[in-house]
Every structure is written in C-alpha cells, then in structure tokens.
Design a binder for this molecule. Structure first.
Ligand SMILES: [Zn+2]
Length: 210
C-alpha cells in the first residue's frame, strides 16, 4: 500500500479506536476502504512512501532544508495515529554505485531465517501458556507490563526515547513488543538493551515530528 503523502491528504483512519475489531483505511482519492484487523498476527500491513518526502526532496530528517511551515504541511499528510500502529519504520537510503558493484558477503539464507522465526514463535507459545494470546504483537497493555520487563539501563533508555521522540503510550507499548520479538529471535530470555535500541531504531518516522 502506498502512503500518498504527495496528495492533499493521507490515509484517513477514522475508526482508530481501541476496542474496535478493525481499522479502516481510506486511501486518498479512492472510494475504497481497506479493513485491517486490529493487531491481528495473521495480517501484515506494509506501506511505502516516496523517498523524497518534502517539497525540496529532502532524503532524511537530518538533511531536511525545509522551513518549519513546509515541514508541518508535509507532516500533516502523515497520520501519526496510523504511524503508531505500524511496528517497524525502515528508511532505505539510496545505495551508492560503488557499493552496488562491490562483492558483498551473502546474507542469512531463508532456511536459516525460517528456523529462527519458528524458534521465536515457540518461545512465545511457551511464554503465554494458557493465555489466549499466542504472539507478542497481540499482547494487551497489561501483558506488556508483565512480559516485557526491562533492566534499569533499559528503562532509562526507553524513558529518554519516549521524551525525546514524544512517543504515545501506544507507540511505547509497540516498542516493547518489537523489543520482545527481537529478543525472541536472538533466543534471549530477557529483553536486552541492544534489543530495545534496535526496536527504537524502527521508529525513524517519529523523528520528523520533532
Ligand atoms: Zn524537507
């Protein structure tokens, strides 16, 4: 799904309320509404956006040369409540030609990744036991409190990030759930500071709102 931030309005999400069973998205300029089951582990929502977000084609928030007014107009097209519901934001910078040419070591193969994912799923199944929830993404706020404990160092890092990025309560819980999953993929019993730091990196779009 493309997030049409160059249009006059972003995806409108009028029913983004806790307690609803689904989220309805209406792409701008379209009569179609897409129903996205809320927190459903069986559904993956993937959105892309233009690599040149601002009027001047700024590639990153650090390189943004827009005035505050221009930037505010751009951000008004991105729905923050919608961003809150997306687990992972990834910025994909252009790859310089010399890197495309260079010999790079092969990445982890699909079979190995599958094994790691299945092990992480098993870890989650064991964690939740008889609870109705089976995967981290579906944890309630209370379960996040119970299963996503942090060390003192982790708590400090998260508190700083919440203040710095102005994260909502929902985004805060989401960071913890993603951290728990990164930890599960690494086979870790507890959420480490490195897992939390990685999850925070996946909130890159929040920086545009600072
Ligand atoms: Zn800009």
């Amino acid at each position: 799904m493309n997030a049409p931030i160059s249009g006059s309005s972003a995806y409108q999400a009028p029913t983004l309320l806790e307690g609803t069973s689904s989220t309805h998205l209406t792409p701008s300029g379209s009569n179609e509404t897409v129903a996205v089951p809320r927190n459903d582990a069986g559904t993956s929502l993937l959105m892309t956006r233009s690599p040149n977000p601002c009027r001047r084609g700024c590639r990153s928030v650090e390189a943004c040369a827009c005035t505050p007014g221009e930037r505010a107009r751009y951000l008004a097209r991105l729905s923050r409540p919608l961003l809150d519901r997306i687990d992972v934001h990834v910025e994909v910078p252009p790859v310089p030609y010399r890197e495309l040419e260079a010999d790079r070591p092969p990445g982890e193969g699909s079979a190995a990744v599958r094994k790691r994912v299945l092990a992480a799923r098993e870890r989650q199944r064991a964690r939740f036991g008889r609870a109705r929830v089976r995967v981290n993404a579906r944890m309630t706020s209370r379960q996040v409190g119970r299963y996503c404990g942090l060390s003192a160092e982790g708590r400090q890092l998260l508190a700083q990030a919440v203040d710095r990025l102005g994260l909502s309560a929902r985004a805060h819980d989401r960071v913890l759930k993603v951290s728990r999953t990164i930890g599960d993929l690494a086979g870790a019993e507890a959420i480490g500071v490195e897992h939390l730091a990685e999850a925070l990196q996946y909130r890159g779009l929040e920086r545009w709102f600072l």
